[in-house]
Design a protein around this ligand. Structure first.
Ligand code: URA
Length: 208
């Protein structure tokens, strides 16, 4: 499974601010958005271009535009919502799909509670957004849901990853590229990434 590590100094600097337990909700949310924008820049590096003619104030020119590729941003509720604004700033014509999953306490299987995809999802390059790839259970289920809906091109954008999540996704969905800013050491007994940054959803929405 392809894993792309984003080592750009600005991304790494901003990630350190997210990790800091003293970073407040407002700044945390803003930095998540900024990192998402930088991740979008990297994740769209392979978009096809076409040449068009444009008249500059000086002369006609041949220049390039993105060749009408259809994109879908797919935040996994709820923490993935924090990454939408930063991404959509760069790709404003992308559609936004939503996937809400919870873990059934008895079967421990992910269950969808709210999912809404654009009808042409099979024609779109899908960027699944989930800031934390921990066990990989939710991300793998979200990717599975997208595939069952017909999606064929899927990348997972997570700000932080841990080895169990990377392994699970690689095993279940080897065709899905994982793009992340860091792969941390391990998970603790509560399933949190160590050292990580805590609960991304709580820190984005101020619910703790
Ligand atoms: N989800 C989070 O928000 N944080 C973690 O460390 C793991 C999963």
């Amino acid at each position: 499974m392809p894993l792309t590590l984003l080592t750009h100094p600005l991304i790494q600097h901003k990630l350190t601010i997210l990790r800091d337990k003293n970073t407040g909700v407002k700044e945390f949310r803003e930095i998540v958005s900024e990192i998402a924008m930088l991740m979008c820049y990297e994740a769209t590096r392979g978009l096809p271009l076409e040449e068009v003619e444009v008249i500059t104030p000086v002369a006609p020119a041949r220049s390039k535009t993105v060749a009408g590729k259809k994109l879908a941003l797919v935040p996994v509720l709820r923490a993935g919502l924090g990454m939408v604004e930063g991404m959509i700033n760069l790709v404003p014509s992308a559609k936004v799909a939503h996937i809400g999953l919870y873990r059934d306490p008895e079967t421990l299987q992910p269950v969808e509670y709210y999912c809404k995809l654009p009808p042409d999802i099979m024609e779109r390059d899908c960027f699944v957004l989930d800031p934390m790839l921990a066990t990989g259970g939710t991300a793998a289920a979200a990717v599975q849901y997208l595939k069952e809906a017909g999606a064929r091109s899927i990348k997972l954008l997570c700000i932080l990853a841990a080895p169990p999540g990377v392994d699970k996704l690689g095993y279940e969905h080897p065709d899905v590229e994982v793009i992340t800013c860091a792969v941390d050491g391990h998970l603790n007994e509560h399933g949190y990434i160590v050292p990580g940054l805590g609960d991304a959803g709580d820190r984005i929405f101020g619910t703790k």
